[in-house]
Ligand binder design. Structure first.
Ligand code: NAP
Length: 431
């Protein structure tokens, strides 16, 4: 027998559990520990509510979760409830699959003004993450500025721009839908510090902006590099740039403008007690493709700034951490003897959900090379004793299924569920 603890029940955690099951069958016991009383991490609280087909992957995780040798141990916070050192005593291997749920600070003057919000918080707000449900972002006024040119910037722009009808079939939480309905901006500006060839947006996601009911993307044709230079791009980038070219070619006028502002870096954020404007500096690219400032500045009025510039993994006491990269210090997932990182906690916030599958299998290969069976570790029995002695209220997968039933039963017409958004409501729904 082998005992494995995985911290974090998102895609990386469940793929790692699946890999352990595939390799060892009944000769392994896996405990997936999560701070929240609900599983699936980013699938539930990160993936956009109108991207239900992506969320469908959780059915695969459910199949893993329902097997006898994998257990969900929810509502348990590593640190206060059980330490990494204690888990190391109880299990043969401990895998950190904690993702990257913290915002990278925008790092410019005025970045802490009310109305400047990191994408983890903003996305968490519309996805009903208990940490962010009370955010109440400003949703009307001078305009919204989105900093960054990745897929999260697209998610945020789309959510700000969509009509009620366009959220049909999504699981956007009621508080966000209500607040969006009462607000909405006429202008959403996406600040990309580099050019169209350097965006991190993928084609399918970018293409969606061209089909919104009352919002249309705007690209200045002058920002586009000569068409023949697209040949040097990889196929995905080329498709994304093709979308930008089509946005530039057809000047559609709709109530909400989504303006792509390329070669635009935010310099500072200003306002009296809250965000009122962003001072932006025009950039250019140097010979190596890096951003160079031009000294030319201008002002974009804004009441909301959402910085979508990437995420960080929160450090854990005693676990080696790479401050610069914002994730655990590791070599191919190995942090220390019998301590591993997987997914975004290992490699930073890049790639798709599916990228975490080979990651999970790779970590199990490492563990298989490092540990021996039947080491005498206590595994889940030891964890249960410890948590029980500390009065920690564990949420099981069966409990989650009850929460799930309550959420599905509470869905508005056409929606898959209405998420419960507070820890108290989630815990109460188990009964
Ligand atoms: P990302 O893809 O890394 O994009 C971050 C963007 O922020 C880049 O355009 C980057 O520009 C810019 N940026 C970074 N620091 C900046 C700064 N100080 N000032 C101005 N701009 C700055 O990150 P993400 O959008 O958070 O996405 C994270 C991952 O999740 C990605 O792999 C993404 O594809 C994935 N995701 C996928 C989906 C989907 O498939 N539907 C949805 C959401 C997220 P530079 O390139 O110049 O650094």
């Amino acid at each position: 027998m082998r005992h494995i603890a995985i911290i974090g029940s998102g895609p990386a955690g469940y793929y790692t559990a699946e890999a352990a099951q595939k390799l060892w069958g009944d000769e392994v016991r896996v405990d997936i520990i999560d701070r929240l009383p609900v599983p699936y991490g980013l699938i539930r609280t990160g993936v956009a509510p109108d991207h239900q087909s992506i969320k469908g992957v959780s059915r695969r995780y459910e199949a893993t979760a329902l097997s006898d040798n994998v257990r969900f141990v929810g509502n348990v916070t590593v640190g206060p409830d059980v330490t990494i050192a204690e888990l190391g005593e109880l299990y043969d291997a401990v895998v950190l699959a904690t993702g990257a749920p913290s915002d990278r600070p925008v790092g410019i003057p005025g970045g802490d003004l009310p109305g400047v919000i990191g994408s983890a918080a903003f996305v968490g707000w519309y996805n009903g993450h208990p940490d962010h449900a009370d955010l109440a972002p400003p949703l009307r006024g001078a305009g919204a500025v989105i900093v960054g040119a990745g897929n999260v910037a697209l998610d945020v722009a789309r959510v700000l721009a969509k009509t009620d009808e366009e959220f049909a079939g999504s699981d956007i939480v009621a508080h966000a839908l209500d607040q969006l309905r009462g607000g909405r901006f006429d202008t959403i500006t996406i600040l990309a510090r580099r050019g169209p060839h350097q965006i991190a947006m993928t084609p399918k996601e970018l293409g969606e902006l061209g089909h919104l009911a009352r919002a249309a993307p705007e690209v200045d044709p002058a920002d586009l590099p000569p068409v023949d230079t697209d040949a040097a791009l990889d196929p995905g980038q080329r498709k994304s740039v093709a979308h930008l070219r089509s946005f530039a070619a057809r000047a559609v006028s709709k109530a909400v403008r989504i303006i792509f502002d390329f070669h635009a870096a935010p310099l500072r954020i200003e306002g009296e007690g809250r965000v009122q404007r962003v001072v932006v500096e025009r950039t250019t690219l140097d010979a190596t493709g890096r951003v160079a400032m031009t000294g030319q500045t201008y002002v974009v009025p804004a009441s909301l700034v959402v910085s979508c510039i990437g995420y960080r993994t929160p450090p854990i006491d005693g676990v080696p951490y790479d401050e610069q990269l914002g994730r655990f210090a590791n070599v191919d997932g190995r942090i220390a003897p019998r301590l591993y990182a997987v997914g975004w906690a290992r490699r930073g916030p890049t790639g798709t959900i599916g990228t975490n599958r080979p990651d999970g299998f790779m970590i199990i290969d490492q563990i298989a090379a490092d540990i021996m069976p039947d080491s005498g570790k206590q595994g889940r029995a030891g964890l249960d004793r410890l948590l029980d002695a500390r009065g920690v209220e564990v949420v099981t997968f069966r409990d989650w299924q009850r929460i799930d039933d309550v959420e599905v039963a509470g869905a508005r017409a056409g929606a898959p569920r209405e998420k419960l958004v507070s820890m108290a409501a989630l815990l109460a729904a188990r009964a």
